[in-house]
Design a protein around this ligand. Sequence first.
Ligand SMILES: [Zn+2]
Length: 557
Amino acid sequence: MSNQPEKITALYCRLSRDDEQDGLSGSIKNQQSILDKYAKDNGFRNPRFFVDDGFSGVTFTRPSFMEMMDLAEQGKIGTIIVKDHSRLGRNRLVVGQLLEEDFERLDVRYIAVMDNIDTAKGISDLVPMQDLFNEWHAKNTSQKVRNVLRNKGLSGAPLTTIPPFGYKKNPDNPKEWLVDEPAAEVVKRIFDMCVAGFGPTQIAKKLKVDKVMTPTEYWRSIGKPYRRLSTVPYGWSADTVGNILSRQEYIGDTVNFRTTSKSFKNKKRLERPQEEWQIFKDTHPAIIDEETFLLVQELREHRRRPTRHGTISMFSGLLYCADCGEKLYYNAMDSKRQHPYFFCSSYRKNSDVCSAHYIREEVVAGIVLESMQRVFWYVQSFEKDFAMKQMAAFGEEKKKELSMKRRELEKTKKRVREIDSLIQKIYEDNVSRKISDERFATMSMAFEDEQKQLKTSIPDMEQYLETETNKSDSLQRFIDRVKCVTQLTELTPETVHEFIEKIVVSNPEYIGGKRHQSLEIYYNGVGIVREPSPEEMEELFQEHMQNRKSSQNSKTA
Ligand SMILES: [Zn+2]
């Protein structure tokens, strides 16, 4: 029977509150009697109970378990017997390691009575478990690899092995990125074209016409054969352009953990949610300034799609239907772009759902230009009055609440960062053998759980703060930007997208045979601007003239 009579036969029992609830493993007493009987029936000598009462299977810092493992390390334990496999632990990563590595290394026989596992009976008995073991093992290795990558990523060193188009590695220090001028020029051009209102498809076409080398062609031309060349020369695609337009690296930031592989089994790269990205500011020189970059993201979010004829409107993506809330589509196809117009997209799909909300582009342009001129004049001349009116609805109470929320958010973020360094710390301790692999696994798991929870709460908090708080900040930003505009005589895609968030178009009404259609213009950061009425305007204007006169008088006096 047992060929290790001098060694201890460890009878390990564990019960946690969760187990108690689901009543699966019975009481400690029940476990003990099963193990006692099994040991006696099978002639295991020198039995000794190790009991952890009230400990979850997820953690491995259980006193009796640790004591048992200590004795095993000292070579004093011949066999470990548990009632069922889950008594050992519910963390497959750690359990897998115990079975695969530790027990074998320590020459410990392991038996899980109810699961019919006995390491002494050879691998054949383990066949039903074999898949699971493989998974444990693979998962374990994969986790280790990820931890190493993670460690690298947390320190701000770029994880991408190839710098994005526009950068090159410093030959003296491959971790450092330098601006690759010729490529950076192309990147700048792409951003400029986007700001000027061109979509990725149009930009790609233009680059092709101008015979601009694609990233691959460029890298080839400087002797870096990264990938296969496409068969079409200058074959820019909308995807390539779109990808360039979305890379935050161009403003000097390092973005790590943008993608992940789903698991050790599935290596396909998956886009991660943005809040999980690790962003390090100013790690290398910027090619695009932040303002332009943000504007481009904004423009791209509105996804101005060209029509089949390739024309786009500076208002595309900004117009919404007042009745169904959907976007208005642009149509420039009829009569050679004489009267391009917008109409409700729901209506196009199903005319029962909504009405056309037809509006000509030039009508929109006229109304928007006039509104912007009035608003700009108002802001530039009566900044304080304007700011006061906009802030009127924004009470003191709200401000207090928001500053509290902001502190809360900061605290959460700080803890998230703290956990990163804690994980790094225990990883280092693990590498230098200060803490065991099991302990590392348990601890890092706990930290990651906590961090995951915190991270999921961050976007909601930020969203709330962004929409609520920054009303005063964005108001100031809006005022500052308006003050930069000297004279607005015509609309450009840049001004429209810089200042306007959306335009809500009502269905036309016919009053006395005349067509009336109202537009609500939402300005970026401030929403609908409460413009003064013509009377108020007159009053303000008189006041303005009065002030000017008196200030001139005081100057001449
Ligand atoms: Zn509609």
